[in-house]
Design a protein around this ligand. Structure first.
Ligand code: ADP
Ligand code: MG
Length: 499
């Protein structure tokens, strides 16, 4: 099949800085093609070349097999190339119709408006977008603005659709909706380029992935044939491979749970005799299909839910009925799955979020007189030590941090005092590759310092990558245990056969 768009050996420098070096890229009609790479890899630059925003210093471009010169955005549009940029280019005071007309450079304003509106409505119906065409776009949600941007390029006749990090600004739910729309457009023959730095999106939604690193294309493959670990390695370069840890499973038990039973408010039994032991110096991973009791297990361990039967021993002491505060005092820390709800108070400052659990320790004065200077100094030190970026000051609201930085803040706080036991529930969900690696690195560090770590994740790749021992959870119980390096197929079989 002739590719819809080919970029061959494209190079680009900015003031002597080489942003692209001989980059090759090709997308087929009917395909969702992910362009994956870390921030600064050159993804936007390469796609801006295709969209006519940048003239390349070298290289060739072919559209549907024919070599072309793309002199500017108008030329790109005529070739059927439409790009939705990372930062929207809509005029906030105008409504959707006016914006789209403006982008066209329409002269016959009066008639054009009705025409454009009809075209947008038709296109919106075709792709299943409902957008308000009458309100100023500045008053619409980010997701709605994005839909308008997409409709804009579709109305302009794009057959090669480039979306630059479209899910970065969306909720998980909105992102899934958008990715389904991408798929539908590809189904109608469009060539879709999905620029992203999220591994999960690539694994779930792309037919093909091209990986960039440092301005170069390092490879292109079908993600179905790749493991998350090998894709990660392509993105960030060679990483230290997980070695077999001969000591795993040999340390003293730090957490010992037996026969946990739990029932949800609606009567469903979520924990059904769950038993397992996590030892010092090991990461015990819980693999399983979501909804098999993982959330309830995490909640019971954190102390926010009481089991109906069974017991939990921490270093040999029964903590089954202990409140969260007491568990924390004994060195049990948690990285909950829903960090924005359970781990952080978004309206509070970064500093307050960091200090809240340290106040009881006296590190920041006492409850009656908080030592603000100590809080500030402690927060700044933690932000640096845990590489939390995006906080201009410790006073900034925590809700403004990106997912990866919010998670690093949670970890900085939880790990402020060396933990004895860590329960981490989907700690890397929604994070980019680098942030996920950082999170995993912190878990290994805690383990290497002698803590026991329980990693609960629905992402089997994550469990395989990080855990020293793996327990498969199904219907509220551990139905099989494996020691790393474990056989993925055997784990998968245990997950499915007991379901
Ligand atoms: P990505 O989209 O993969 O995050 P970019 O293509 O935006 O990466 O950037 C690649 C590199 O080129 C970065 O180091 C960036 O700072 C640099 N760069 C991008 N655009 C410009 C520009 N207009 N002027 C100078 N440097 C730029
Ligand atoms: Mg970019």
């Amino acid at each position: 099949m002739v590719p819809a768009l080919e970029l061959l050996g494209v190079s680009k420098t900015f003031d002597g800085f080489q942003a692209l070096t001989g980059a090759d890229f090709a997308v087929l009609p009917g395909e969702v093609h992910a362009l994956l790479g870390e921030n600064g890899a050159g993804k936007s630059t390469l796609m801006n070349v295709a969209a006519g925003l940048y003239r390349p210093d070298g290289g060739r471009i072919r559209v549907r097999g024919a070599e072309v010169e793309i002199a500017g955005p108008v030329a790109a549009r005529r070739l059927g190339i439409g790009m939705v940029h990372q930062h929207y280019k809509l005029v906030k005071a105008f409504n959707a119709v006016e914006n789209i007309l403006l982008a066209r450079g329409g002269r016959r304003y009066g008639r054009g408006l009705a025409e454009v509106e009809a075209a947008i409505r038709a296109q919106g119906e075709a792709v299943g977008f409902s957008v308000d065409l009458t309100r100023p776009v500045g008053s619409l949600s980010v997701a709605e603005q994005q839909r308008i941007e997409i409709l804009k390029v579709l109305v302009e006749g794009a057959r090669i659709l480039i979306l630059d990090e479209p899910t970065a600004v969306l909720t998980d739910r909105e992102a899934e909706g958008l990715l389904a729309t991408m798929r539908a457009l590809a189904g109608k023959g469009a060539a879709v380029v999905l620029v992203t730095h999220k591994l999960g999106e690539v694994m779930r939604h792309a037919d093909r992935v091209t990986v960039m690193r440092g301005g170069r294309v390092v490879g292109s493959a079908d993600p179905a044939g790749l493991s998350a670990a090998s894709l990660t390695e392509m993105v960030v370069g060679a990483t230290t491979r997980q070695e077999r840890r001969p000591g795993a499973g040999a340390g003293a038990p730090v957490l010992d749970i037996a026969g946990l039973v739990g029932t949800r408010a609606d009567g469903l039994r979520t924990l059904n005799g769950a038993s397992l032991t996590v030892r010092r110096g090991e990461i015990y991973g819980i693999a399983g299909v979501g909804g098999n009791g993982q959330t309830e297990l995490a909640e019971v361990l954190m102390g926010v839910r009481r089991p109906q039967a069974g017991r939990i021993l921490l270093d040999g002491d029964d903590i089954t009925a202990a409140p969260p505060r007491l568990r924390r005092a004994r060195g049990l820390v948690a990285i909950p799955a829903d960090r924005q709800t359970y781990a952080l108070a978004g309206e509070l400052s970064v500093a307050d979020n960091y200090a809240v659990s340290g106040i009881g320790s006296g590190r920041f004065g006492g409850w009656l007189r908080v030592d603000r200077a100590a809080v500030r100094a402690g927060t700044l030190a933690a932000l640096a030590a845990f590489d939390v970026r995006g906080a201009r000051s410790p006073r900034q609201k925590a809700s403004l941090l990106s997912g990866g930085n919010a998670q690093k803040l949670v970890i900085a706080r939880e790990f402020a005092q060396a933990p004895r036991f860590v329960v981490a529930h989907s700690p890397a969900r929604g994070l980019d590759v680098r942030a996920a690696l950082d999170v995993h690195h912190r878990l290994r560090e805690a383990r290497d310092a002698g803590a026991g770590v329980l990693l609960i994740s629905e992402d089997l790749d994550e469990v395989m990558l990080v855990a020293d021992r793996i327990g498969v959870m199904s219907r509220g119980a551990i139905v099989g245990e494996f020691t790393a390096p474990a056989d993925r197929q055997a784990i998968g079989a245990a997950m499915v056969h007991h379901a």
